[in-house]
Design a protein around this ligand. Structure first.
Ligand SMILES: *Cc1c(COP(=O)(O)O)cnc(C)c1O
Length: 357
């Protein structure tokens, strides 16, 4: 049995930005959830407390060796309350990530309960305007005070929440993507399938040089041959070629996205041929030259669906679908966001109600 979650509320609530003035990840709610781990007690002392800086010893392991993990999901305002989208999948992935990073797992049901309790306390912070949501960021950092390299014996689990703007205030819109042929994100056997800080630190260089060239994101190729497509930025990637949908297999280096999994399920339900396999960038370039590359898009919690309007591969500028959002991307976006906000029937039972006061 897990301990009861204690709640200590703020004396004075912060001013909340208007729904129309939100951005991403800069404003945080009044409270946060915290829990500690040590080898004697396991995970203990769960509580919701006023949002505040963490106290960190400069010798804490996370400051040096990057033993940190995180998750990302959203709470959406619905007609009669608030909804989470497949939070048990985040719990499962968090445990997989934690296992990879030698961090003790936690009870997946308690993980979801902690999120629900944190959101309940800050329920006024769930924005209502179309497309907005409350972004939830659970994370763990290793905080044993020791400079030796080993799995920490002490951890802190924290959940912070940030009201975020609609990703596409002007409607869903294609992006320009640079195919990265020098730097790689992950290799088989590495940590690419884990949501751990180092993967993202290591990706900044490629992202910033793509931005210098006027591109929004990079398309990552595999870390060994630099031939097979893996992900786009911090999203999974899909292509429509000859009417079929193709997406890279996970293979240990690709992050197993929950949006990816949902998209595959929906497309199969809609009777598309979905191929989950290795796909080389040369094949994509050839399909483009033959006029068979019909659509490309990324999937992830932040954007849900992000259509790709241009792929630049070694100077070959592939314009996809006349830089317009494709039919499949549009339908997926409408249906998924509809399910997430309770506006569209949820035949998969993917949404979970958050009990509010
Ligand atoms: C989180 C993440 C994704 C998308 O996962 P979702 O569960 O769909 O949000 C894809 N790629 C990377 C690298 C990620 O970190």
């Amino acid at each position: 049995m897990m301990e009861e979650i204690k709640v200590e509320k703020v004396d004075k609530r912060k001013a909340r930005p208007a729904d129309g003035e939100l951005s991403f990840g800069r404003t945080f709610t009044d409270h946060m959830f915290t829990m500690e781990y040590d080898e004697n007690k396991g995970w203990h002392d769960p509580k919701v407390v006023p949002y505040q800086p963490l106290e960190l010893d400069p010798a804490a392991a996370c400051c040096h060796y990057g033993q940190t993990t995180f998750e990302g999901l959203k709470a959406y305002r619905s007609n009669n309350g608030a909804l989470l989208f497949r939070p048990e999948k985040n719990a499962e992935r968090f445990n997989n990530t934690n296992r990879r990073m030698c961090i003790p797992e936690m009870d997946p049901e308690f993980f979801v309960q902690a999120i629900k309790e944190a959101v309940r306390v800050d329920q006024d912070w769930i924005p209502a305007k179309e497309g907005t949501s409350l972004y939830i960021r659970p994370f763990i950092l290793a905080n044993e005070v020791y400079l030796g390299l080993k799995p920490s014996s002490h951890y802190k689990f924290v959940i912070i929440m940030s009201p975020v703007a609609a990703y596409y205030p002007q409607g869903i819109k294609p992006t320009r993507i640079y195919v990265e042929t020098e730097y790689v994100r992950a290799v088989r056997g590495g940590t690419g399938s884990a949501k751990t800080g180092g993967n993202y630190a290591g990706s900044l260089k490629a992202q910033s040089s793509a931005a210098d060239k006027g591109y929004d994101e990079v398309l990552w190729l595999d870390g060994v041959e630099r031939e097979y497509v893996e992900e786009v930025g911090a999203m999974n990637v899909f292509f429509k070629i000859d009417g079929k949908i193709v997406t890279p297999e996970l293979g240990g280096s690709v992050l197993p996205g929950i949006t990816r999994d949902s998209v595959i399920t929906m497309l199969e339900d809609w009777d598309y041929d979905v191929e989950v396999r290795k796909i080389s960038i040369e094949d994509i370039a050839q399909a483009y030259k033959d006029g068979r590359l019909e659509e490309a898009f990324g999937t992830g919690t932040a954007a849900i669906i992000s259509p790709i309007g241009e792929l630049n591969y070694n100077g070959l500028k592939m314009e996809i679908n006349d830089f317009e959002t494709g039919e499949v991307a549009s339908k997926l976006y409408k249906t998924l966001t509809g399910i997430q906000t309770g506006k569209v029937d949820d035949p998969y039972n993917w949404t979970e109600e958050i009990p509010l006061d």
